[in-house]
Design a protein around this ligand. Structure first.
Ligand code: XMP
Length: 509
């Protein structure tokens, strides 16, 4: 195995995951774990994670003395590398600026650690301190202008270090570099790329214990569904799911949540029909932010009510994904101006004092989908596009009424059906219909109509921060348009949104 010693970096767990994916068994251990505990894993090499401390601060975590005397190969990442340097007599300082985010490095000395990677390569940096002077025995093997010692090696000892983070996806050759280290350790990729599912189940078991009870809000999206299924596998019926039907979901979604979880998976499920309650609260409201606020607060109140009614619940499940973890913990990110307040299912008031269970905390979206498939979640669910917490309310421009909801639901259903049938659903990252507060004149049969307008929106994107409008075939658009005006009463005009983000946003509100 190649254990990772944890010096407190947010991405320490991710190093373990990457190594396992590459076929090398790994576990995350505290940096001061006793030698016996580490040796029990039969290590052939050790990775030192990054961490928030500075090596010269009093009380900063230190290198275990047993490791210094061992003959194990060592790979220090960020703080791990600074620690190697500091401990073995190099100099680490804090320069005026810090390096955070994407950077290019140049391999200055060809080295097996960088085998099968180009001389110039993009990496992810995140550090304040840097090495100024190497300890004896080490040479620099990669550099960039801000970081003269971006990678170092002592080949006699087989100790290596990198200032950047090979475990994050932004370091394009990170996996190759980790594989190269494993090879330098003489390890063979024999670990079955075991599913994250089994790991996640074990982690939930360990956290919740033999008696803990968990409550989980289901939204109809893939994240909360996979989180719930993992927890159910771990603790069985000590999990209770709550599904709040706010009346703002897509056609057939509420029924599918209930059928799948209750009838198919036999997960204890409380389905709350809160449609009237939400509609009453939204009466007369047209401002988008006001809609979000009302829906968010209403959801929390209802969920809270259900949670309090359940005896002995101490844990709240959340489908937090790894990118959200990075996002919320990255220091010095320029704070984005508030464009929209995003509300997600699961945000609860602090006074409930539930402990969080986050089984997806170390997973990326594609891994969550893979886990969903493995757990038997229907494919249509697994590949479902993201859907905003405030639901169709932000896709009805103007007031939300029962009648307008029904028009939108039907138009949206037709659009999605045709996207599925033509194979374009998977080629777009989000697609939906919007109901505009615009009426226009039309003609149907021999009569004049004065109907409402549906806008179709389909986008392609990598990260939803920027997006382009999907180049759907005219034939497909023509077919969707004709079905909508023919099948949805009250609609006589369909338009296609050809705006990118920016300057537009994906949703209309
Ligand atoms: P925008 O419209 O900001 O959307 O370009 C980016 C992504 O976020 C989703 N979105 C929301 N999700 N609550 C959510 O949970 C919200 O209030 C909300 N508003 C937008 C949107 O669907 C897209 O995927």
């Amino acid at each position: 195995s190649i254990p990772v010693l944890d010096f407190g970096s947010q991405t320490a767990q991710l190093i373990v995951r990457r190594l396992r994916e590459l076929g090398y068994y790994s576990e995350l251990l505290p940096h001061d774990a006793p030698e016996d505990q580490v040796r029990a894993l039969a290590p052939v090499g050790i990775v030192l994670s990054g961490g928030p401390a500075s090596v010269y601060e009093p009380g900063a975590p230190t290198l275990p003395s047993w490791l210094l005397e061992s003959d194990l190969p060592v790979f220090g990442i960020c703080y791990g590398m600074q620690l190697i340097s500091h401990t073995l007599g190099g100099i680490v300082t804090r320069p005026a600026g810090r390096e955070y985010g994407p950077a290019m490095i140049t391999i200055t000395h060809p080295h097996p650690l960088f085998a099968d990677t180009p001389t110039e390569q993009p990496v992810w940096m995140s550090h304040g301190d840097r090495i100024e002077q190497l300890p004896t025995g080490f040479t620099a093997i990669a550099a960039n202008p801000a970081t003269p010692f971006a990678a170092i090696a002592d080949d006699r000892r087989k100790w290596y270090g990198v200032q950047f983070h090979p475990e994050v996806v932004h370091t394009v050759y990170g996996r190759t570099i980790l594989t190269n280290f494993a090879r330098l350790c003489g390890a063979r990729p024999e670990w079955q790329p075991n599913s994250f599912v089994a790991e996640a189940i074990e982690r939930v078991k360990a956290q919740v214990g033999d008696h803990g009870r968990v409550i989980c809000a289901l939204s109809g999206g893939v994240d909360s569904a996979v989180a719930a299924l993992i927890i159910h596998r771990a603790i069985g019926d000590r999990l209770t799911c709550v599904f709040v039907d706010n009346g703002l979901l897509r056609a057939g979604e509420a029924e599918q949540v209930i059928a799948t979880f209750s009838e198919h998976f036999h997960v204890p499920l409380i389905a709350v029909d809160a449609r009237e309650e939400f509609m009453t609260a939204l009466k007369g409201v047209t401002d988008p932010e006001q809609k979000r606020k009302i829906i968010g607060e209403k959801f929390i109140r209802i969920f809270e009510r259900e949670a309090r009614a359940l005896a002995g619940v101490e844990f709240l499940a959340q489908g937090t994904l790894y990118p959200d973890v990075i996002e919320s913990t990255a220091p010095d990110r320029p704070k984005a101006a508030k464009i929209k307040t995003h509300h997600n299912v699961g945000g609860l008031p602090a006074d409930m004092q539930l402990k969080l269970v986050e089984p997806l905390r170390y997973l990326f979206k594609d891994e969550v989908r893979a886990a969903g498939l493995q757990l038997g979640l229907p494919e249509t669910w697994v590949w479902r596009h993201p859907f905003p917490g405030p639901g169709l309310a932000v896709r009805i421009i103007g007031e939300v009424t029962w009648e307008r909801l029904e028009i939108l639901r039907q138009a949206d259903k037709i659009f999605l059906e045709e996207l599925h049938a033509s194979g374009y659903y998977r080629a777009t990252q989000q697609a939906f219909a919007v109901l505009l507060p615009v009426q226009s004149v039309g003609v149907m049969g021999d009569g004049r109509t004065y109907g409402v307008t549906i806008a179709l929106r389909a986008i392609t994107t990598e990260d939803y921060m920027t997006a382009d409008w999907a180049r759907l075939p005219y034939e497909l658009l023509a077919h969707v348009s004709s079905r909508i005006v023919n099948e949805v009463e009250g609609v006589n005009r369909v338009v296609y949104d050809i705006s990118s983000k920016p300057p537009a946003t994906i949703e209309w509100e």
